[in-house]
Design a protein around this ligand. Sequence first.
Ligand SMILES: *Cc1c(COP(=O)(O)O)cnc(C)c1O
Length: 333
Amino acid sequence: MPQPATDAPRYAAPGLADVEAAAARIAGHVVRTPLLASPALTELCGQPVHLKLETRQPVGAFKLRGAVNALLALDEDARKRGLVTASTGNHGRALAYAAREAGVPATVCMSALVPANKVEAVRALGAEVRIVGRSQDDAQAEVERLVAERGLTAIPPFDHPDVVAGQGTIGLELVDDLPGLALILVPLSGGGLAGGVALAVKARRSDVRVVGVSMEHGAAMAASLKAGRPVDVVEEETLADSLGGGIGLANRITFPLCRDLLDEVVLLSEDEIAAGIAHAANVEGEVVEGAGAVGIAALLAGKVRPSGPTAVIVSGRNIDDAVHRRIVNGEVA
Ligand SMILES: *Cc1c(COP(=O)(O)O)cnc(C)c1O
């Protein structure tokens, strides 16, 4: 993960009021997603288990919340100049979608190594794609150049107060929709989702447990929490590909939030993640990507034991069709 320039903006950490403002701002622009009971997981766990289906967002992932909130927080001049990011995954798609809906130009910088289908997915959403260099660092350097030279606004995927506040709106919906809420399972990568949700939920209901879930290999936030400071990890291939990538050695917001507010982080093997994807499809009837299935997988693996009403954030559905088919058919990828 490239490091921000030393003159990177200083952000104040977001609070509950920011999440509440985000909820008002994004209403009508994102889906207020359903929270559905899972009879099978309820039976398995002996406690009511519900699935928060962020798979139902128009881009197939919760990242639309943070992207829309960050965009709508900008003034007219900044909107006219446009947005830029280096994300090729769900954040890039969400930003492109949000920008198109608002009539704002968006640029997504990618290295020449990004697969054609990812380039096309972003282009199809109306964003300008700039192919530069051969690494994510090169793409990020181009973002910084466009910010400096053209006044574009960079919206990063997690370490930004408006992005965190946008993701945190899920937490407000959970507190409102699930009486007696005791436990939330949250997929964890850069920590925008987990940090935002924990911030919102604990401000309203300090007794709710919030547990982050990552893969065993290459989980940068888990390694950083263990080390007590942001650290880099070696990236490894994983079924939970949306959970890959670093948290930034100069992380300002999400590392402290996760350190202070997460009750626990659990790590899953690739087989456990595959079982989560297969259960989502075969039992719950939902197409879910690896990152989106880790909460379900943690319950199936017995790595988290609910002691009361439980919400599992099912964060996204963007998985390669062929990979999904293989997993659902029981041929682990
Ligand atoms: C980005 C993403 C996550 C992780 O969110 P962070 O804010 O980076 O922790 C989880 N699931 C999906 C589907 C994602 O796209």
